[in-house]
Design a protein around this ligand. Structure first.
Ligand SMILES: [Zn+2]
Length: 347
């Protein structure tokens, strides 16, 4: 009997996992980093800084990207590319075993079997994928550099100052590229089921006139920053405006002053009860209006007057207090929301 797609994929994942080097690092996104096997086969120096990056998407995709020689491949569950096949062989998997797997996948395709990607899909599919800025790599990759670039250290200092210093709380990136002052920015990738679908760059130096604080790639329609939080088994989801606030309270960010229809749909597609957390100096209060329209909760936490958002609160009070105070202050009572919103308007 010919194995089905699921068997093939499990077999592929197992083959790879069995042959990965012992020395590896798994990040909070579930990405695996290890010394890349590709570079020496492509005329580059052997990698000894764990620049090979492998990830398994929840929709059965597997991807690889080498931050040393630039080799990459992606397996979408249907066809094993030559690039992937070569790489698997470089990893030390028996060439005959790889060839057989490739053949099984081909047989599946010829028989018109349902592609594996049709059975797990996010409710609002993300269509666009914007490439990362040139030479962008995660913080820990730059940190392995014996002589890290000055501007990378500046980006680290910024993250530390925002109190997001445990890098595990988000996989930040940095790039030496000067287009849009990228080297002066911390890059926050947009993750979707473990895959990067876009990014935003937050300036980490004082802005020059007309220099935007945030520079974003295209935002995929309906995308919410940190939206993988929606998949967690939690009672509530905290909805913020900015990415650092979302990281600070383990919520999601709309990256705008109001939610788009697709973002609202994405939130409604999950079972978590939404709590809107407006910025406290915000004159633009559309998110509160939207929350009132849907009967969602709004939170006005009892923070010191000079704290303007969740990111600030986390610096002063720590992550746990920040989240509990948001939950405790959440209310769906329209009168109470009406009174409290005037306070942030500055009346
Ligand atoms: Zn490589």
């Amino acid at each position: 009997m010919i194995p089905c797609y699921t068997d093939c994929m499990q077999e592929l994942q197992q083959l790879i996992l069995d042959h990965l080097p012992n020395k590896k690092k798994v990040t909070s996104k579930g990405w695996i980093w290890f010394n890349a096997p590709c570079c020496v086969h492509r005329g580059h120096k052997a990698d000894n800084r764990q620049r090979g990056n492998l990830w398994f998407g929840t929709d059965a995709t597997v991807g690889y990207h080498c931050f040393n020689c630039g080799y990459k491949w992606r397996f979408n569950g249907e066809r094993l590319s030559d690039a992937a096949q070569d790489w698997i062989t470089w990893l030390g998997v028996d060439a005959e075993q790889t060839r057989q797997l490739k053949m099984h996948l081909l047989q599946q395709q010829l028989q018109g079997a349902d592609t594996p990607n049709t059975f797990v899909r996010s409710p609002v599919a993300v269509h666009q994928v914007t490439p990362m800025p040139p030479q962008a790599a995660p913080f820990h990759v730059w940190a392995h550099d014996p002589d890290p670039p000055e501007k990378f250290l500046q980006a680290c200092a910024y993250v530390q100052h925002r109190h997001m210093q445990d890098w595990e709380s988000y996989d930040y990136y940095w790039s030496p590229d000067t287009t849009h002052d990228m080297c002066d920015r911390v890059i926050l990738p947009f993750y979707d089921q473990g895959e990067i679908v876009g990014w935003c760059g937050r300036l980490c130096v004082t802005a020059k006139p007309k220099q935007p604080k945030y520079f974003n790639s295209d935002i995929p329609p309906g995308y919410l920053f940190n939206q993988d939080q929606l998949k967690k088994n939690r009672k509530h989801v905290i909805i913020c405006e900015g990415p650092f606030d979302a990281i600070a309270c383990q919520g999601v960010a709309v990256m705008s002053s109001q939610m788009s229809d697709l973002q609202i749909k994405r939130i409604l597609d999950h079972d978590q009860l939404p709590i809107v957390l407006p910025d406290r100096q915000d004159r633009n209060q559309q998110m509160i209006d939207q929350a009132l329209a849907f009967g969602w909760a709004v939170s006005f936490p009892d923070w010191d007057a000079d704290i303007k958002d969740a990111a600030d609160a986390r610096v002063r009070y720590g992550g746990i207090y920040t989240i509990t105070s948001v939950l405790q202050a959440a209310t769906t009572d329209a009168i109470s929301i009406g009174i409290k919103r005037k306070w942030i308007r500055g009346f």
